[in-house]
Design a protein around this ligand. Structure first.
Ligand code: ATP
Ligand code: MG
Ligand code: FE
Length: 355
């Protein structure tokens, strides 16, 4: 099965062709991503209208390039898979219209894919992970622990009650005067930080719910920064390290709970996988902690290559391939984009706007 994937939900325009072999393994035949990072950097965040316009001007070329790179003719593609939510409505509409037009012109099946399902299933493409497994999604827009039981069988165990983790990194960077995107800037600055110079709370520690919260931490950093003003380079580094340490401890605490719950529920699964996805998974301090935690709990730690952890179309094509292979029905061409679309609540796209 060869699937053409399209992703335009946020600030990356992407197209890819992915092949699924009969044994269930996958191959990325092409994968092109155009990041709009430079376009939005001056604004310190993604500007929806600019993003949508930029998708319009880039997408046709990217699709042509993805097909070209893959060596598969459009006629030989088996289905079109397009992100239909969650994300910025303008961008989603650009991808959907384009994907539907291709599907209509060629008569191929069309799949509207939940962006989170793309992240969730990537590890099966890259590492052949088998069901069930646990997903930790930590990106600019999402922070979730999800049980992946099968294609279209997802259980969300925890999510953030306020800011996403990537968002918290970005906001913290901003208030400390660092560059956008904030994650890499905070990680870099933290390398020069002195440990325990500042003590920040560890959000949600030992809370019986499996949820996350990061906005209080960001406020605590702001207060400390105000007390220390004007900020020296060293103080900024110390604050970055304190912030990064707190979020890492919080992730570790939440995850420990999740791994325990997984083991209780699936005692027969040998060396189960914890998969990470999302841009924050690039953070080396976080990765190191997750590696130690999974080692101690008898889990395998699976971190797909970074370009597949962040937004891309290969994961969307792959989700389409998995759906097709699992015998799930294709979507109608009047499918509407959904700005909000939790993965576990009716993961099959419905017509009309979700809340
Ligand atoms: P979503 O996929 O949920 O729609 P998104 O597209 O904004 O959101 P990604 O592109 O996966 O998310 O990741 C971007 C986020 O990852 C940004 O918030 C960025 O600050 C963060 N990030 C990137 N590198 C690092 C790092 N080294 N440490 C911490 N955070 C990082
Ligand atoms: Mg992004
Ligand atoms: Fe994403």
């Amino acid at each position: 099965l060869d699937i053409l994937g399209i992703e335009t939900s946020c600030d990356e325009t992407a197209a890819a062709v992915v092949r699924r072999l009969p044994d269930g393994s996958g191959q990325i035949l092409s994968d092109v991503v155009l990041s709009q990072l430079d376009l939005h950097a001056a604004f310190g965040g993604v500007v929806p209208e600019l993003a949508a316009r930029s998708h319009v001007s880039a997408l046709d070329h990217l699709i042509a390039q993805a097909l070209d790179d893959s060596g598969v003719a459009l006629d030989d593609i088996d289905a079109i898979a397009v992100t239909s939510g969650p994300g910025l409505i303008g961008g989603l509409m650009v991808g959907l219209m384009t994907g539907k037009a291709i599907a209509m012109a060629t008569g191929k099946p069309f799949f509207g894919i939940n962006h989170l399902e793309g992240h969730a299933l990537t590890a099966r493409l890259t590492d052949g992970v088998t069901f069930p497994y646990l997903l930790l999604l930590v990106s600019g827009g999402h922070t979730q622990i999800v049980l992946i039981k099968g294609v279209n069988e997802y259980e969300r165990w925890g999510s953030t009650i306020d800011d996403a983790l990537g968002e918290a990194f970005d906001k913290t960077a901003k208030l400390l005067g660092l560059t956008y995107p904030g994650g890499p800037a905070v990680e870099q600055a933290a390398l020069e930080g002195e440990a325990k110079k500042f003590r920040l709370p560890v959000p949600m520690r030992r809370d019986p719910r499996m949820d996350f919260s990061f906005s209080g931490l960001k406020t605590a950093v702001r207060q400390m920064a105000q007390e220390q003003a004007p900020l020296s380079r060293q103080t900024i580094a110390d604050l970055c390290l304190a912030f990064q340490t707190s979020v890492t401890l919080s992730l570790d605490d939440r995850l420990t709970m999740a791994l325990t719950r997984f083991s209780e529920r699936f005692p027969d699964v040998k060396a189960p996988a914890l998969v990470v996805a999302g841009g924050v998974a690039a953070n080396k301090a976080i990765r190191a902690t997750l590696q130690i935690r999974t080692d101690q709990s008898g889990f395998r730690f699976i971190a797909p290559p970074l370009n597949l952890c962040t937004d891309n179309a290969a994961m969307i094509a792959w989700a389409g391939a998995e759906r097709l292979a699992a015998g799930l029905p294709a979507d109608q061409l009047d499918l509407a984009p959904r700005s909000r679309w939790p993965l576990d609540q009716n993961a099959t796209a419905v017509i009309g706007h979700g809340k």
